[in-house]
Design a protein around this ligand. Sequence first.
Ligand SMILES: O=C(O)C1=C[C@@H](OP(=O)(O)O)[C@@H](O)[C@H](O)C1
Ligand SMILES: C=C(OP(=O)(O)O)C(=O)O
Length: 411
Amino acid sequence: MPPVDIPGSKSLTARALFLAAAADGVTTLVRPLRSDDTEGFAEGLVRLGYRVGRTPDTWQVDGRPQGPALPEADVYCRDGATTARFLPTLAAAGHGTYRFDASAQMRRRPLLPLTRALRDLGVDLRHEEAEGHHPLTVTANGVDGGEVVLDAGQSSQYLTALLLLGPLTRTGLRVTVTNLVSVPYVEITIAMMRAFGVEVGREEDTYVVPPGGYRATTYPIEPDASTASYFFAAAALTGGEVTVPGLGAGALQGDLGFVEVLRRMGARVEVGDDRTTVTGTGRLDGVTVNMRDISDTMPTLAAIAPFASGPVRIEDVANTRVKECDRLEACAENLRRMGVHVTTGADWIEIRPGTPRGTEIRTHGDHRIVMSFAVTGLRTPGITFDDPECVRKTFPAFHEAFEALPLRSGA
Ligand SMILES: O=C(O)C1=C[C@@H](OP(=O)(O)O)[C@@H](O)[C@H](O)C1
Ligand SMILES: C=C(OP(=O)(O)O)C(=O)O
């Protein structure tokens, strides 16, 4: 079957936009993700006074090492946590008054450890309503730098934001981290900072970022590995085969590791230099897996879990409760509505084998709940969604692309 064309990585696109805006010239992003999150990020840059040009396959950003071009701006971050956490951090390095707000969903999500760290660095940052949530205003006057301690147990994005800020400070930054989740996302950040000319040092739990700014470059965006997980899971579930070009052994994204979970369950997996193929074998074993590093793929696994021959237990995923929705509960709720036996704890979920019944999935406005249970729909007739279009966050054309897969089976 023809290879599946997966759109660009949300995480790489957001970081590349930040780095491009902060760099010392014009940066070109090649094949960026065009979705609500990344359009929102680019629009936020424009509101701050950056120039973002577009061709069908590229975005060009005129970097401004001195910070936003406008002395005042009001930025709406939509549902995007990368936008809502990275852009105020970028603005802090400039000079002006910048207000950030976000959707109701994003307003509920936390950012206090990041805003505390920014305040510890001398940034004047005020929350308008609830402490540690949007909306907020940054009255920026550059950042001197120094040392901060950060609890990154809810989100690695707090650490990424501070690392990205480091080279824009006057003296550099040392960030000591406790409880870090989603470690591979920090590795993406460090690799991308290197591509823009900055080497992050490491002394045990302390990340050391030198001052000196970023160099503009041309940056190709990998296909999104979390998005690819739905297509790989579809192959494993139906006995079909899916190849994704552009994601291979050299990929930056930890979420490609989801294929190793499918391999443990019985699928055939080939990770080449620049492509990955998953082939379903008809076997899908139960598994116990720690998903702390790859928790965006927890719902993908939960959605195929009832078809495994034994229980599927997913551990160490407490922070999935502070994503677009409480994903542990949303997965449990929807599986139970399908008649599947599920138990959950503070940071785990266990799903027993069963035969899911068709139902309307309660999406809670979460793109991953839709895309995950679309995979269940390959084997379960009658699955519909109360908000199918919330996939716009990362993959507006998901339904068309998924429908085009020749994988539907009752097998
Ligand atoms: O830095 C990033 O681009 C992301 C980090 C992860 O978040 P957490 O660190 O909050 O787990 C991931 O879930 C999110 O989709 C994207
Ligand atoms: C958690 C997610 O997004 P973010 O935190 O970037 O809003 C996600 O895409 O699954």
